[in-house]
Design a protein around this ligand. Structure first.
Ligand SMILES: Nc1ncnc2c1ncn2[C@@H]1O[C@H](COP(=O)(O)OP(=O)(O)O)[C@@H](O)[C@H]1O
Ligand SMILES: [Mg+2]
Length: 288
């Protein structure tokens, strides 16, 4: 098993901060896995992503301890340009990331920055725009499209660079429900068709848990819990105490479980909930 990311007892403190934003964090992510990162605000999720992207320690001053490796090589010793290509990072605020006059130029700008040969550029833009469903927006100015479209353009710009690891930091936090679904669809096809290593930081657990191979809870600068979604969401109450809300359907069945009315595995999706509910009602003889 090839590891895409290895974080080993990594700690980080910003200059003048009273305490470490990350405290001896350890995490290993196999290549091709889909990781969902959850946790309350200010827990250290973004800081951890910046450490994987290499912005920490390359571009942010501070004190760190421990190691972060990307494909076996310590990030601190990696060439910044290589790292920029290998790890794509899209942050939540789609408005903050544009500089060009058209969507196409926006994507082009990133490609030129990392030195992609001119002969490849057209195909790269086409592929990334198809995958993110923005092909019909290429001529538009980035400020004249919806929030969800902006977020997809930001993802396209990063995907066009062919990263091996893609990090989406709260990609649906600022967009409408329809836009959210499209981001989830894009993540689904990256997982299915490209087997890309994807790390998504999200509060919208409902939509992303079904895609995740593993869920990681960051709280107070530490990794408090991690596991496959099915085991991760088992302890619904303690997660809610941490400010993490498992999918509604999981919460409902956990309540039935506490009342002694349900003993099966907790469903993660509506479909699983319907199947579990049907079995339950049939067993009770109320549904024929
Ligand atoms: N540039 C910075 N300077 C000082 N403190 C920071 C800076 N960036 C983050 N922090 C602090 O680090 C902690 C973790 O923040 P962050 O990683 O952004 O959390 P999250 O993404 O989970 O909301 C917070 O306490 C935050 O206030
Ligand atoms: Mg954050």
């Amino acid at each position: 098993m090839r590891l895409a990311v290895e974080v080993e007892r990594f700690s980080w403190r910003c200059p003048f901060a009273q305490r470490d934003a990350l405290r001896e964090v350890s995490l290993a992510i196999p290549a091709g896995e889909f990781t969902l990162v959850v946790g309350p605000n200010e827990a250290g999720k973004t800081t951890l992503m910046l450490a994987i992207k290499g912005i920490i320690p390359h571009s942010l001053a501070g004190r760190h301890d421990g190691t972060v490796r990307v494909f076996g090589e310590p990030v601190a010793q990696k060439n910044a340009a290589v790292l920029a290509r290998q790890v794509g990072y899209v942050f939540g605020d789609p408005d903050a990331q544009f500089t060009a006059l058209t969507v196409e130029e926006e994507i082009l700008f990133g490609l030129e920055n990392v030195g992609v040969p001119t002969s490849e550029i057209g195909a790269r833009i086409r592929r990334a725009s198809e995958l993110t469903m923005i092909s019909d927006l290429l001529d538009k100015p980035p400020y004249d499209i919806s929030g969800g479209e902006k977020q997809r353009v930001a993802i396209a710009s990063v995907l066009a660079m062919d990263p091996e690891i893609l990090i989406l930091d709260e990609p649906t936090s600022m967009i409408d429900p329809l836009g959210k679904d499209l981001i989830v669809d894009i993540c689904g096809s990256l997982k299915r068709d490209r087997r890309m290593t994807v790390i998504v930081v999200e509060h919208n657990v409902e939509a992303f848990a079904p895609l995740a191979d593993r869920v990681v809870l960051v709280r107070d600068g530490r990794i408090e819990r991690e596991g496959a979604p099915r085991t991760f969401f088992d302890d619904v109450e303690s997660l809610i105490d941490c400010g993490v809300y498992p999918p509604q359907v999981t919460q409902v069945f956990a309540r039935l479980q506490r009342r002694g009315l349900y003993a099966g595995p907790l469903p993660l999706t509506d479909e699983e909930g319907v199947a579990a509910g049907t079995r339950l009602l049939q067993g009770a003889g109320r549904w024929r």
